[in-house]
Design a protein around this ligand. Structure first.
Ligand code: ZN
Length: 131
């Protein structure tokens, strides 16, 4: 007998669809309002299975960063950076900072989401400094 609360194994597809449309959405828990990232069938805070996809602000702050000077992946010729960004909505996402790089300390700098086309995986979210 099928479980009435069967988990949709494609639960992350709405996020990728929203990213392709340049309007990144994340799940917000219907019971406690926590935003989920990465997408998940249940809430990491209250374990609720109920959520609604909501557009995010696209604004955040750099929590940590690194510049790689060695090639690990074909699509990422060095040097390239990787940043951990805390979104205004709470979740921490890892991405690449594009455009102008901060002078001095990167931590705490305000960033916003932008989108780029990756030949291997399609549209991906990146971040850039907010002036
Ligand atoms: Zn919750």
């Amino acid at each position: 007998m099928p479980n009435s609360q069967a988990i949709d194994i494609f639960y992350d597809q709405p996020m990728w669809k929203s990213i392709r449309a340049h309007g990144w959405q994340l799940q917000q828990c219907d019971d406690c309002s926590e935003y989920r990232y990465p997408p998940a069938p249940n809430c990491p805070r209250c374990l609720s299975l109920k959520s609604t996809w909501k557009p995010i602000s696209g604004k955040g702050k750099i929590l940590s960063w690194v510049v790689f000077h060695r090639q690990y992946f074909e699509n990422f010729p060095p040097p390239y950076n990787s940043v951990a960004v805390q979104l205004q909505e709470g979740p921490i996402v890892v991405s690449n900072l594009v455009g102008e790089e901060p002078k001095g300390n990167w931590i705490g700098r305000n960033v916003e989401v932008t989108y780029a086309e990756d030949p291997a995986i399609g549209t991906v979210p990146k971040v850039r400094l907010v002036k």
